[in-house]
Ligand binder design. Sequence first.
Ligand code: GCB
Length: 603
Amino acid sequence: MLYPISTDSRVVMDLSGVWKFMIDDEVKEVDVNQPLPTGEPMAVPASFNDQAVSAEIRQHSGYVWYEREFTVAKALRDERLVLRFGSATHEAWVYVNGKLVAQHKGGFTPFEAEINEFLVPGANRLTVRVSNLLDYTALPVGNYSEKTDENGKIIRKVDENFDFFNYAGLHRPVKIYSTPVNYIEDITIVPNVDLAANKAEVQVSVKTGGNFDEVRVTILDEQGITIAQASGTDVNAVIENVHLWQPLNAYLYRAKVEGLNNGEVEDVYEEQFGVRKIEVKGGKFLINGEPFYFKGFGKHEDTHVRGRGLDEVYNVHDINLMKAMGANSFRTSHYPYSEEMMRLCDREGIVVIDETPAVGLMLSFTFDVSILEKGDFEDDTWEKLRTAEAHQQVIRELIDRDKNHACVVMWSIANEAATYSKGSYEYFEPLFNLARELDPQKRPCTYVGIMMATPKTDKCTDLVDVIALNRYYGWYVQHGDLKTAEEKTREELLEWQEKYPDKPIMYTEYGADTVAGFHSALGEPFSEEYQEDYYRMNSKVFDEIPNFVGEQLWNFADFQTKFGIMRVQGNKKGIFTRAREPKMVVRYLSERWNGIPNLGYKK
Ligand code: GCB
């Protein structure tokens, strides 16, 4: 799916701003043919939860309504007009002048609808009903319950089966863009690099709507110089002396795609792309033929007041903080991030592991691994969950959205699912097959494994290209005992390496809750000293393991979660506070990471 941009043939209108908002109390039916009976202001894009100073709004589980007016200039009315949501979390019903024009489930991927037939001259009313409900059919997975109060009103409740606050609303930009009636619908770009010959063959496939006599593809370099040009909806362009996209040293070409009728250009779209080669071979993760070492983070889209809403200021700032630390990568834990962030990462050379919102696929929890090691362990996760359909849909939508991004080097199909339980392989195998079939660039695939999924208990490792581990030795287990934690870390990593000598291993999470400003001469847990000791211990072990190809710690910054006895104002494993002030460990990690090359470490 193409990102909306203005070109010689296209106009984009941004509907960001202050909308009207109300909670649906489910007592009085909302009439979409009338303006919403509310004066409550709500800024878009953002989560609704923290904007209003209201516990009722913040903690609401159920449906909410948004509304605003818009006008389309007369000059555009004969164009094809598309209303597009960057995301609506988690499900949306969209009405234009009281008519349903779109419905979409899944809170982290875009959707759109043509709206010409619903428009009137002058003011048009755009009304959106949004649900933040999650259950066993949804991703992420929520524990859903409802009851009826003494007045007959339904009280719904979502208990997050995951460790981040269930922020919701219109999180990403809402736009109307125009295209001509004959238009470029989608572009797929696959660069095939010949490293030895220093050249690339770039396949560009174009999908169109309506009719064109001719489709013309032009490849331009960063200076705007034409490198190649060809006609057709499936073209192969050769780039000699190719300028590769490298980690932290991005180079972006542009594919200019034009649709022509009678020799005149009717529609034009430009898609940026990077040329790079990703391989997994002999226990290494190769970018452009060289071993890449992941240095970076698991993150969240999470900021003060905006919640999970797009915040480009924080996006730019976060990437600058990463670069200053010598980091080169992050994982979009635990859901697809905004398209704006993906475009920024392409530009900045930040390497991304792109994750689906499949989190919480685990209905029982224990740190006692010995139970899992006994025979054929089975909990009721794969009996009770009904997420397969949503999982397929999100893999389709994520790959469709992000397929051309140079920054994306691997797909993460899930975070911490019950891959130690019987039935997990049967659940995941078709999903891995689907991702591999759909991705035109055939990137590696993984899932991120929970602590209980060890070399002995995990049932799905055969499916992954890279073994990605979330580990908390020294925190959730061996709490405060870094000596034993070090032994356990080493023991487990060596076991993985021995069992799967060809698969690279990396950490996608490790961390310790740390209260900024809490110090301890004894290095007690929760102190800034403990956090630093914890990371030093882990680094030492990582450097001993030949196939260990990366460290992405948990978490970039403190973030909001549901209420819980282990959470004080949320999760404190950030190495930055939520306001992005560094904790003490940032100095140590900056020194370590600035000393580790992006390519060629552990040759
Ligand atoms: C995990 C989860 C992550 C949590 C983290 C923690 O394993 O993947 O979502 O926030 O642990 O801090 O407990």
